[in-house]
Design a protein around this ligand. Structure first.
Ligand SMILES: [Zn+2]
Length: 79
């Protein structure tokens, strides 16, 4: 039997294998779509104390900057 989950943002029920499931500590978050996940996570980010999230924000931002930089370097080499 397929497990069913209820979206934390809109309440829609969706089967296992669909949607987005996030485990944060002991909390589990269920979203039937990326749009609902985005809406929920955006509110967490906006509502969070800046001091609490700024270090992880910087870390993630830096990670993607490095990935983008490496990708653009690769593209340069091809030309
Ligand atoms: Zn939803």
């Amino acid at each position: 039997m397929t497990q069913k989950y209820t979206c934390n943002t809109c309440g829609r029920v969706f089967p296992e294998g669909q949607g987005v499931i996030l485990e944060v500590g002991s909390d589990k978050l269920y979203f039937h779509s990326k749009a609902c996940a985005y809406k929920f996570l955006k509110e967490i980010v906006i509502g969070s104390d800046t001091d609490c999230i700024s270090s992880s924000l910087k870390k993630v931002k830096k990670k993607y900057e490095e990935i983008l930089e490496a990708a653009s370097k690769k593209a340069e080499k091809k030309i």
